[in-house]
Design a protein around this ligand. Structure first.
Ligand SMILES: [Zn+2]
Length: 81
């Protein structure tokens, strides 16, 4: 069975400074062809559900369950590269 990864996580929104949920979105250009070489470009980023903004460090020490954002993105990139 395939390991289920975390795709939604809690964090602090860099736009409104409030705790919210974040999801991974792909900002890549998708399928492309460059001088005959085909590929699919992915650019995964965490974005908040409220403002589509990236998370910031939880400097207010609000009680949330923060994941290791970078580790999750890294795992995602490795699987799709
Ligand atoms: Zn926000």
């Amino acid at each position: 069975m395939k390991h289920k990864e975390i795709e939604v996580a809690e964090g602090i929104c860099s736009e409104c400074q409030r705790p919210t949920r974040f999801k991974i979105e792909d900002f890549g250009i998708g399928s492309y062809e460059y001088w005959g070489a085909r590929g699919v470009h992915h650019d995964y980023q965490w974005t908040s559900e409220c403002c589509d903004a990236p998370p910031v460090d939880n400097t207010l020490n609000i009680t949330i369950h923060e994941p290791d954002y970078d580790a999750i993105l890294e795992a995602r990139r490795e699987r799709t590269s």
